[in-house]
Design a protein around this ligand. Structure first.
Ligand code: ATP
Ligand code: MG
Length: 247
């Protein structure tokens, strides 16, 4: 049982000046699954995500990754343990973005005075990764010039460069046109083949296509859990979405 759970939280709580945004969340993410965190606006999804990736410090509660307590560990240390959130891309060439991420995986701090030579050794792997996310023809494109949907694919490529055991994706299809949503959905499925994925996602069609397991948050607490068929029929879930103005 313990071995099956890659990420676990117990009593995860975050207060902002007396307002409890995440309240006593006990999350169990099973190894090898795609797990979605959903819920109406203001449910605490982003806060929860930021706690898991240590962009926020919990008010109380524990986070355990692969049997080790990681509460309070710096994000870089957690990344080295194998849990990585999708990166914000930088405004440089695509190949450069992926190479820099690959360079990070080698466990050194960024020493830019010698990085040009070191980075060029990583070209082949970077090209492979761009190809894996459907960006093979874009290696010398500036990241800022990419269409929005392709930028999200690039973020996934830079994350894959670290070959994480577990990937956390924050609204991977947010703001995308239909074709891009389909492409990213297929990409997530592909990269999840040999790793665990936890994603916050608003698009319920993406959630239903991808998720093995879903946790529904509302007002900072877990409202329901299960597969899509189960949670979408759950009366409290229907009520929470209707109450928040969702259809
Ligand atoms: N830094 C902060 N200070 C104070 N309140 C905050 C802060 N961050 C979030 N909140 C509040 O916590 C609650 C949960 O916010 P959060 O962004 O986690 O929700 P969410 O589920 O991601 O919502 P959405 O679907 O709109 O992205 C909201 O009421 C929000 O206003
Ligand atoms: Mg959010």
């Amino acid at each position: 049982m313990a071995d099956e759970i890659i990420l676990q939280t117990r009593g995860l709580t975050k207060e902002f000046k007396g307002f409890v945004a995440v309240n006593g969340v006990d999350l169990d993410v099973r190894r090898g699954t795609i797990h979605a965190l959903i819920g109406p606006n203001g449910a605490g999804k982003t806060t929860c995500f930021n706690l898991l990736t240590h962009f926020l410090t919990p008010t109380s509660g524990q986070i355990v990754f692969n049997g080790r307590e990681i509460t309070g560990s710096p994000p870089a240390a957690i990344a080295r343990m194998g849990m990585v959130r999708s990166f914000q891309i930088s405004a440089t060439f695509l190949l450069e973005n992926v190479r820099i991420a690959l360079h990070g995986k080698r466990g050194r701090s960024f020493d830019f005075w010698r990085s040009a030579r070191t980075l060029s050794a990583l070209d082949n792997r970077a090209e492979e990764l761009l190809e894996a996310v459907g960006l093979a023809g874009f290696a010398t494109t500036l990241a800022v010039e990419l269409p929005y949907g392709r930028k999200r694919a690039l973020e996934i490529a830079t994350t894959l460069a670290l070959d994480p055991e577990m990937m956390l994706l924050d609204e991977p299809t947010a703001g995308m046109a239909h074709d891009d949503v389909e492409r990213i959905t297929a990409l997530i499925k592909k990269v999840a083949a040999n790793r665990t994925v936890l994603m916050v996602e608003h698009n319920l069609s993406v959630v239903s296509t991808l998720s093995d397991h879903i946790t529904v948050l509302a007002r900072g607490e877990i409202l329901a859990q299960g597969d899509y068929a189960a949670v979408s029929k759950h009366p409290d879930v229907i009520q929470a979405y209707l109450g928040a103005g969702h259809a």
